[in-house]
Design a protein around this ligand. Structure first.
Ligand code: GZL
Length: 326
C-alpha cells in the first residue's frame, strides 16, 4: 500500500512540475492588449538597396491603415546600431517591435530584452539563430520567405539553363544574415548533386550593387573560365553584369546569371537578355505584419513561421510583371 502511495505522490509531483514548466514557457511570450492604436517599432537594418527601401515604405504606408504610431529607425548597415535602436524602442515603451535582424546572432540579446520588458517582437524578413531563440517563446513569429527554397529554385533554373554544366561564381549576401546562410545552403546543396557543376568561388557582396560589382571584378580575374553567376540578390547580380560587361564578357550569353528578389532593374535585365532568372522575395511586409499583429492581439496562437510564397521571373513573364516591381 505504501509503495502505491509513494508512486501516486511521485506522479503528482511530476505532473505539477511539468505543468509549471509549460506554464512558464507559455507565460514567456508577452501579451498584446486589443486596442485601436499602438505605438509600433520598426528597426530597419539599412537602406542600401531598393529592397530595403521598399520594405520600409510598406511599413510606413501600412501604419495609418493599421492604427500604428510608427517609430521607424535605420541602422545604416550596423548590427550594433540596430541593437541600440531596439533598446531605444524598449525604453520608449512601444507596444510591439517588428525587427529584420541584420545578422542572426548580434540581435538575439535585444530580442530577449524586449521579451523581458513585456514587448512582443515579430521577426520580419530575416530571422535569428534558431538554436538559441524560439518562435512562440522568445518572439511571436517569423514572417518571411523560405530562403533555402529560393536558393534551390535558383539552382534548378541554372541546372536546366546550362544543361547541368557550369563553372559558377557565387555572390553571397550579408555575412551572418539568415537569407545569405539559407540561400547559400539551398543553392549549394542542389548544385552539389550535379557532377558537371562547380562553384569556383563564393564571396559576400553584402547585398549591395557596388560591392557586388567589385567582388565580381576580383573573382573574374581569378576565374576567367566562369560560365555562370549565382547572386543572393538582384543588386549584386546587376553589379556582376556591370563587371562582366566592363571585362568584355556577354552576360546572358557567355555567362548565365541567376538571382533572387524580383526588383524592377532585375526585370529589365531579364528583358534585355542579361539576367536569366530572379526568384521573388517580397519586401511588402506591412499588410501581413498588420494582420498578424491583429491576430495576436485577438488572442490567436500564431504559427512559428508566417511563410510568404514567392513567384519566379524569367523571360517568359518579366515584361508582364515589371509594372508592379519596385
Ligand atoms: C530578404 C532580405 C534581403 C533581400 C536583399 O528577406 O533580407 O535583404 O534579398 C535585402 O535585397 O538586402
Amino acid at each position: 500500500m505504501k509503495t502505491v502511495k509513494l508512486m501516486l505522490a511521485a506522479s503528482a509531483a511530476l505532473i505539477i512540475s511539468a505543468g509549471a514548466v509549460s506554464l512558464a514557457h507559455a507565460q514567456d511570450l508577452p501579451p498584446l492588449a486589443k486596442k485601436d492604436h499602438y505605438k509600433v517599432g520598426f528597426a530597419q537594418s539599412e537602406s542600401n538597396n531598393p529592397w530595403r527601401i521598399a520594405e520600409t515604405k510598406s511599413f510606413q504606408d501600412t501604419a495609418p491603415k493599421c492604427g500604428w504610431d510608427l517609430v521607424a529607425t535605420d541602422a545604416a548597415s550596423s548590427a550594433a546600431k540596430q541593437v541600440a535602436d531596439v533598446d531605444s524602442m524598449i525604453a520608449q515603451g512601444v507596444d510591439a517591435i517588428f525587427l529584420p535582424p541584420r545578422e542572426e546572432k548580434p540581435l538575439l540579446p535585444a530580442v530577449l530584452r524586449a521579451k523581458k520588458a513585456g514587448i512582443p517582437v515579430f521577426l520580419v524578413d530575416r530571422s535569428v539563430d534558431a538554436n538559441v531563440a524560439k518562435a512562440g517563446r522568445d518572439y511571436v513569429t517569423f514572417l518571411g520567405s523560405d530562403f533555402i527554397d529560393q536558393g534551390h529554385r535558383a539552382a534548378d533554373w541554372l541546372i536546366k539553363a546550362t544543361g547541368g554544366k557550369a563553372k559558377i561564381i557565387e555572390l553571397e549576401g550579408t555575412t551572418g544574415s539568415s537569407p545569405a546562410n539559407d540561400r547559400k545552403k539551398g543553392f549549394d546543396d542542389a548544385v552539389a548533386k550535379e557532377s558537371g557543376m562547380t562553384i569556383l568561388a563564393s564571396q559576400s557582396g553584402d547585398f549591395a550593387r557596388d560591392k557586388g560589382r567589385q567582388v565580381m571584378e576580383t573573382l573574374l580575374q581569378a576565374h576567367p573560365d566562369v560560365t555562370a553567376v549565382y547572386a543572393h540578390n538582384d543588386e549584386m547580380a546587376i553589379g556582376a553584369i556591370q563587371a562582366l560587361e566592363a571585362a568584355g564578357r556577354k552576360p546572358g550569353k557567355d555567362v548565365i546569371i541567376a538571382s533572387i528578389d524580383g526588383t524592377r532593374d532585375a526585370m529589365q535585365a531579364i528583358i534585355d537578355g542579361k539576367l536569366g532568372v530572379t526568384v521573388e522575395s517580397s519586401p511588402f511586409f506591412g499588410p501581413l505584419s498588420c494582420e498578424t499583429m491583429k491576430r495576436y492581439a485577438a488572442g490567436e496562437k500564431i504559427e512559428p513561421w508566417v511563410k510568404v510564397s514567392d513567384r519566379i521571373f524569367t523571360i517568359d513573364n518579366a515584361a508582364a510583371s515589371i509594372a508592379g516591381a519596385y
